[in-house]
Design a protein around this ligand. Structure first.
Ligand code: ZN
Length: 217
């Protein structure tokens, strides 16, 4: 069964080029592990990038040019993310997330952030985007908010409902400073999702107590 919500092509291209901060890269690798369509698109984008290089005009080369080109290719290879591995059918966490956590959901060290919402921060080495796993009981909402930066939610279990949109396991919700929304965990299974942000959330609704809770994010 295909997924309904995918990351933007820009994000996919930046992931393939290896230019994303670690938090975004983790979200992309995790989505790719869960999404055959985006895995195929990533491979196609990679091929287009290679073809574009092939079509560059030939220039006379000095002896050192080849060494230079080879070392540039080597550098580019080292920066490129690992090719995505598909998620195993019984695991909740796709391989890139399981690597961070050291296992599947049972290995996640949850900390309560109030109510029944719990989080597990995933440390990133570059500190440019913060990544965390959240577990949210069915029907519980994140207060309405906008963003000072970018936000990605990747659903891993259960669902996230936002307006008319329903996001299931593997689906990605991408939001930025232009979006005001109030996502909530849908009915059924407890929602587990990955949240990546590069700026604090700004709350606009009238739920100061809950907002205070989520302001710690
Ligand atoms: Zn996808």
């Amino acid at each position: 069964m295909g997924l309904n919500w995918h990351p933007s092509d820009d994000l996919l291209a930046d992931y393939g080029a290896g230019t994303l901060a670690e938090g975004w890269s983790l979200a992309m690798a995790s989505h790719l592990a869960m999404c055959p369509d985006c895995r195929a698109a990533a491979i196609a984008l990679d091929a287009i990038g290679g073809a574009a290089l092939d079509s560059l005009p030939a220039v006379p080369m000095t002896d050192s040019a080849l060494d230079y080109a080879l070392s540039a290719i080597q550098d580019a290879r080292q920066q490129q993310p690992e090719p995505p591995r598909p998620a195993s059918p019984n695991a909740v966490l796709p391989p890139p997330l399981a690597d961070y956590v050291g296992g599947d959901v049972d290995a996640i060290k949850w900390r309560s952030i109030g109510g029944k919402v719990r989080q597990c921060i995933l440390p990133t080495t570059d500190g440019k985007a913060s990544a965390r796993l959240l577990t949210i009981p069915p029907g519980t909402a994140v207060p309405e908010h906008t963003h000072s930066g970018q936000e990605i939610i990747l659903v891993l279990q259960g669902s996230v409902v936002d307006g008319d949109a329903v996001y299931g396991p593997g689906d990605v919700q991408q939001a930025d400073a232009d979006v005001t929304h109030m996502p909530a965990a849908g009915p059924g299974d407890v929602c587990i999702c990955l949240l990546v942000t590069d700026g604090p959330l700004k709350f606009t609704g009238l739920l100061p107590k809950l907002a205070g809770l989520f302001a710690k994010l």
